[in-house]
Design a protein around this ligand. Structure first.
Ligand code: AMP
Ligand code: MG
Length: 340
């Protein structure tokens, strides 16, 4: 397939280019577009054949549902059941990097929800994503625009690596803002359940929804409850190379010094502050030790970079399980082949 790349400046959007992409969505084609979280691989959510092609292009298992993206929150009402009280709460969180799981109406194709009675909906805050959905005139079904199992793309070069030749359009809309996929919360039960930690933190959710459930699997340490969080059961975000995660602790420097002895040519992914202890080693800096926002933004891009080097193993420092650190560790534990 011939892939066309459309370069669009998110701060100065050229309408003609968005119109070309929107026309492609309406025709049942695949369009990769930037969002504030990661790049998405989109198709008309109401066109089953088009949605099937998303699964094909990614090599995604058919039991892993997609997210339906809307330009305005009021438009979700046509596709999900939601009472006014809950709807008012959602309005406080959108647009933004958060996805709501709600009971779907019968007009949502089963392929979007992977045959579930629920569907995930999101209103992205990215100007290109927003205009694309608006001009398409239909909700856009989209997962992240990576090959299944690989780290989500946060820069257009990584989209091109995975999707060139498999989609009609790639919108190059510059680097994303957050670098972690949206927070996913299930609102179909009395107490909301966090299904995927992301940029919107549990403490923000509790301010709006009151108490929420945070299952153990959110931390990435135990097996996922497949029924609840279908997408999280698969090994994810994973480099091909052996990847060893060192859990955060005061002893981390000594642990890494021991571990590197086992390998000929390790690549170390370290905090800026810890670099000085490992002179002579190949190092990628993940960020400053307390700057979780910056570590999150660069996380997936760093995993891809680490995978391309000639080193025989990646040894990576983990952060603490607090705030955004929970979302970072959820991804890192899934990406690792060994955790110490
Ligand atoms: P991706 O955008 O590639 O991160 O994929 C969307 C994610 O949303 C999937 O991995 C699912 O875990 C989650 N998701 C989508 N629909 C549902 C649903 N109906 N119930 C629970 N989780 C869902
Ligand atoms: Mg994904």
């Amino acid at each position: 397939m011939k892939t066309r790349i459309l370069k669009i400046n998110p701060l100065k959007i050229e309408e003609e280019k968005i119109k070309i992409a929107a026309q492609n969505i309406r025709e049942g084609n695949l369009v990769v577009f930037p969002t504030e979280t990661v790049y998405g691989l989109g198709a008309n959510a109401l066109d089953e054949k088009a949605v099937k092609n998303i699964y094909k292009a990614k090599g995604r298992p058919g039991d892993n549902p997609l997210i339906m993206h809307f330009d305005k929150i009021e438009n979700i009402k046509e596709y999900v059941y939601i009472d006014e009280k809950l709807y008012e709460k959602l309005k406080l969180l959108v647009p933004g990097p958060i996805t709501f799981v709600l009971n779907k109406r019968s007009n949502v194709p089963d392929i979007v929800s992977a045959n579930r009675p629920t569907v995930a909906v999101r209103v992205p805050a990215h100007p290109i994503a927003n205009k694309l959905i608006e001009y398409s005139g239909v909700p856009i079904a989209a997962p992240s625009a990576n090959l299944s199992g690989r780290p989500s793309p946060t820069i257009v070069e990584h989209v091109i690596e995975d999707m060139f030749g498999k989609v009609e359009i790639i919108i190059d809309g510059e680097d994303v803002d957050f670098g972690l996929e949206s927070t996913v919360i299930d609102l179909t039960e009395d107490i909301p359940v966090l299904l995927r930690p992301g940029p919107i933190l549990p403490e923000n959710l509790e301010k709006i929804f009151g108490k929420i459930k945070i299952p153990e699997f959110i931390y990435g340490k135990v097996k996922v409850d497949e029924a609840k969080a279908p997408g999280m059961k698969y090994r994810h975000y994973a480099p091909d190379k052996k990847t060893i995660l060192i859990e955060f602790s005061d002893k981390r420097i000594d642990i890494i010094k021991e571990k590197v002895k086992d390998y000929k040519n390790p690549l170390l992914v370290l905090f800026e502050e810890d670099k000085k202890y490992f002179e002579g080693y190949d190092i990628i800096v993940s960020g400053k030790i307390n700057d979780y926002y910056n570590i999150a933004v660069n996380l997936f891009s760093m995993l891809r970079k680490a995978d391309k080097t000639k080193n025989d193993v990646i040894i990576i420092e983990g952060v603490e399980d607090k705030g955004l650190g929970i979302s970072i560790m959820n991804r890192l534990r899934k990406a690792s082949s060994e955790i110490i």
